[in-house]
Design a binder for this molecule. Structure first.
Ligand code: AMP
Length: 133
């Protein structure tokens, strides 16, 4: 069965899309640790990130770097923290989280509750910064 993230990449399930190209897709995490918390995925479905073939793995991180640079331009933060967990959704993904301290990357923290309008405007801001890059 297809993962929820494959369905998101195909547009079969809605998401707050930030960026995409032929192979990769970035969208806001629906339960964000911080405003702008973004997930970057390969469109091709692989569960465990270290099982991805070398070329696609390198491409995933290069794509994530572009997204992170765009995030930094429009989300107030000191830098973008990176995490790979993958215990909840079995489709490889990189978490990009705007941070100011190590505690901002604590996944046990209560998640933010942002309404649809706020999420949409954050996604649009990052998408705009991607286009301007
Ligand atoms: P993990 O697999 O442990 O790295 O966690 C999966 C992440 O995906 C969590 O932070 C969830 O909030 C996020 N997530 C799950 N379903 C969706 C969805 N439909 N749209 C956006 N984010 C999601």
């Amino acid at each position: 069965m297809e993962s929820v993230f494959s369905k998101i990449a195909k547009g079969e399930i809605p998401s707050y899309k930030v960026a995409e190209d032929e192979h990769y897709f970035a969208f806001l995490d629906i339960n964000p640790l911080a405003e702008g918390h973004t997930l970057v995925i390969p469109k091709k479905e692989t569960d465990y990130i270290f099982d991805i073939d070398e070329t696609e793995y390198a491409g995933l991180f290069l794509f994530a770097r572009k997204v992170a640079k765009a995030m930094c331009k429009v989300i107030p933060c000191e830098r973008i923290g990176v995490a790979v967990i993958g215990l909840e959704v079995a489709h490889a993904h990189i978490h990009l989280v705007p941070i100011r301290s190590i505690y901002d990357l604590d996944f046990k923290k209560p998640k933010l509750k942002l309404d649809a309008e706020k999420l949409k405007s954050i996604a649009e801001k990052i998408a705009g910064a991607m286009r301007d890059a």
